[in-house]
Write a protein that binds this ligand. Sequence first.
Ligand SMILES: Nc1ncnc2c1ncn2[C@@H]1O[C@H](COP(=O)(O)OP(=O)(O)OP(=O)(O)O)[C@@H](O)[C@H]1O
Ligand SMILES: [Mg+2]
Length: 220
Amino acid sequence: MNLRFEAKDGTAQVEGASIFSPEVSDEKRRLRATLRQRRQRLGAGARRRLSVRACARARAVVGRARRIGAYLPHGAELDPTWLMRRLERAGHVVYVPLVGRRADQVLRFTPWRAPFLVNRYGIREPRRRHTIKASQLDLVIVPLVGFDESGTRLGQGGGHYDRTLAHLGRAGLRPQRIGLAFACQQVPMLPRDRHDVPLTAVVTEQRVFRGLRTTYTHSH
Ligand SMILES: Nc1ncnc2c1ncn2[C@@H]1O[C@H](COP(=O)(O)OP(=O)(O)OP(=O)(O)O)[C@@H](O)[C@H]1O
Ligand SMILES: [Mg+2]
């Protein structure tokens, strides 16, 4: 399978790269560095403005989904809290991810406003009984480092969302996956591993990409 990667000097073609070859993750690593830099270079003020613009577009994409997973931004990630507050006011239930205790590191979700308790290490953590699995969400808003117009996502590299959403299998529809990103995070085509769960839609400050692949391309 041929994979196309964006290089610094434009778009480079890599012939015959296998989806299993180490080149895929090497390329992912390189792309992460480039794309993180782009996001960083926007500057804090622009990121705040563009975040609100993207959130306003995303509002319509969410539709009637009741239980919605989102996230609290880290570093230069797009800030979805404007959208989260609006959704909450409109009666949706908004959840945020929690890294699970299990070694497989599947994310669980806890209500954004859930009561916390202080554990024996003095760290605030949500009450266990309030947490739910990703399959119990109708829709999940995911952060990303990069995306392409077919809905392939490049994340932070931990595989957290891929593992969390692996239950979707080939024809899974729930939860829908909405990527939130700055327009500068788009590349022509991302390398894709067989475990990469595709996005249902991507929303940027400039436009909405809908009707993307909703199933895995490769069977497990
Ligand atoms: N379904 C899965 N089962 C087991 N391991 C997985 C699965 N999905 C991903 N992984 C592991 O996670 C690693 C990182 O995956 P990948 O490079 O796609 O991360 P990412 O999608 O950028 O990260 P994230 O989802 O945390 O933002 C892979 O090398 C793989 O070992
Ligand atoms: Mg992935």
